[in-house]
Design a protein around this ligand. Structure first.
Ligand code: NAG
Ligand code: NAG
Ligand code: NAG
Length: 316
C-alpha cells in the first residue's frame, strides 16, 4: 500500500514539474520581444519621413494610429561628418564628436523615439517608477531609405559621452534618489547616476529614462508586479489568460486520466502479487532436495519431475 502511495506522489510531482515550463516559457520571452518589434516598426515609419532627405536635419515622422502617443524623428548623416562634427541637438540628445559605428556605413540614419505613455508598456521595470518617458536613439544603415527590417548598427562614443537632457520630469518624493536607466540593444538594463539638470550620459545607443525605486507595495507581489500580459501588443492581451485556462483544464484532464491508470495499475499489481503468493504457497510443499554429484551439491527433485540431465564434463 505504501509503495503505491509513494508512486502516486512521485507521479503527481513529475506532472507538475513537466507542466510548469510550458506555461512559463512564452512569458519569459515577452519582455524584450515587443520592444524589439516596436523598434523595427518605428524604423520603417521614421524612414518614411524623408521626402527630400537633407543631411543633418531632423525629420519628424508619423506613427501608425495604433501607436498614437509615440513620437519619432529621423536624421540622416554622413558617417565622416558625424565622427568629426557630432550633432549639436537632436531632440533631447546631444551627440559629441568621435562617434563610431560598426559595421562601417557611408551614410547612417539616427532614429529618435519618445515612447510617451507607452513607456511602461514596452519597457516594464518592476520595482521602479518612471519620472520621464523612455527616449530611444538607434542608428541604422542610411544608404537605402526604402529599406525595412534593418538591423541596428553598433554605435558608440569614443571620446565624450552622448548627453540626454530630459528637461521637465515628474515630481518626485523628496527622499527619493532618481537614477538614469539604460536599456541596451539586447534588452540589458543598467543604472547610472543622474547628472545635474536632469541629464543622463551614455557611451552607447539604446533606450533611456529616469526612474525612482517604487515604495514597497502593500499588495501581494503577484498584484503589485506590472502585468506581463499587457506587454503584448495588437489586442493579444487576452492570450496568456486563455492559455492559463486551457492549461488548467488540459492539466486536470491529463491528471485524471493518469490517476485512473495508476489506480488500475495498483489493482492489477495487488492481484498479481496475490497470485504469486498462492503459487509460492503451493510450491512450498515440494521443496527441492540436495544431493552430491562429484564434489558439487546439486538439487534434484522428486520422482514426479524429470531428473536433471547431467552433462559429461559437469560430472567429471
Ligand atoms: C496613449 O495616449 C493616446 C492618446 O494620446 C492613446 O490613444 C493611447 O491608447 C495611449 N496609450 C496607452 C498605452 O495608454
Ligand atoms: C547599407 O545599405 C546598402 C544599400 O542597401 C548596402 O549596399 C550596404 O551593403 C549596406 N551596408 C551594410 C554595412 O550593411
Ligand atoms: C553597467 O554600468 C557599469 C558602470 O558603467 C558597468 O561596469 C557595467 O558593466 C554595466 N553593465 C552592463 C550590463 O552593461
Amino acid at each position: 500500500m505504501g509503495l503505491q502511495f509513494r508512486s502516486l506522489r512521485i507521479l503527481v510531482l513529475l506532472i507538475c514539474f513537466l507542466w510548469r515550463p510550458r506555461v512559463g516559457s512564452p512569458l519569459s520571452n515577452s519582455e524584450t520581444k515587443p520592444a524589439k518589434a516596436l523598434d523595427t516598426t518605428l524604423q520603417e515609419y521614421a524612414y518614411r519621413a524623408f521626402f527630400h532627405p537633407r543631411t543633418g536635419i531632423p525629420f519628424d515622422g508619423l506613427v501608425p494610429p495604433y501607436l498614437t502617443g509615440i513620437e519619432i524623428s529621423a536624421m540622416r548623416l554622413r558617417s565622416g561628418s558625424l565622427f568629426h562634427r557630432g550633432v549639436q541637438t537632436f531632440k533631447e540628445f546631444r551627440v559629441p564628436t568621435g562617434i563610431r559605428e560598426e559595421p562601417y556605413v557611408e551614410r547612417l540614419v539616427l532614429v529618435y523615439q519618445n515612447l510617451g505613455n507607452w513607456s511602461t508598456t514596452y519597457y516594464p521595470l518592476p520595482g521602479y517608477t518612471y519620472l520621464a518617458p523612455i527616449l530611444g536613439l538607434l542608428a541604422y544603415n542610411g544608404s537605402d531609405l526604402s529599406s525595412t527590417n534593418l538591423p541596428e548598427l553598433e554605435l558608440w562614443a569614443s571620446n565624450d559621452p552622448i548627453t540626454i537632457k530630459f528637461g521637465q520630469i515628474r515630481s518626485k518624493p523628496a527622499s527619493s534618489h532618481p537614477k538614469c536607466v539604460w536599456f541596451d540593444r539586447h534588452g540589458q538594463v543598467n543604472f547610472t547616476n543622474l547628472e545635474p539638470d536632469n541629464q543622463c550620459l551614455t557611451y552607447e545607443q539604446g533606450h533611456f529614462s529616469i526612474v525612482i525605486e517604487s515604495p514597497p507595495a502593500p499588495a501581494p507581489p503577484e498584484i503589485a508586479a506590472p502585468p506581463e500580459e499587457s506587454v503584448v501588443t495588437d489586442g493579444k492581451e487576452n492570450m496568456p489568460k486563455v492559455c492559463t485556462i486551457v492549461g488548467i483544464a488540459g492539466g486536470g484532464t491529463i491528471l485524471m486520466v493518469l490517476m485512473s491508470l495508476v489506480i488500475i495499475w495498483a489493482w492489477r499489481y495487488k492481484k498479481r502479487k496475490r497470485i504469486r503468493e498462492l503459487e509460492r504457497a503451493a510450491n512450498a510443499g515440494e521443496a527441492l532436495r540436495m544431493t552430491r554429484v562429484g564434489s558439487m551439491r546439486v538439487p534434484y527433485a522428486m520422482a514426479t519431475r524429470t531428473t536433471p540431465d547431467l552433462e559429461i564434463d559437469f560430472a567429471s
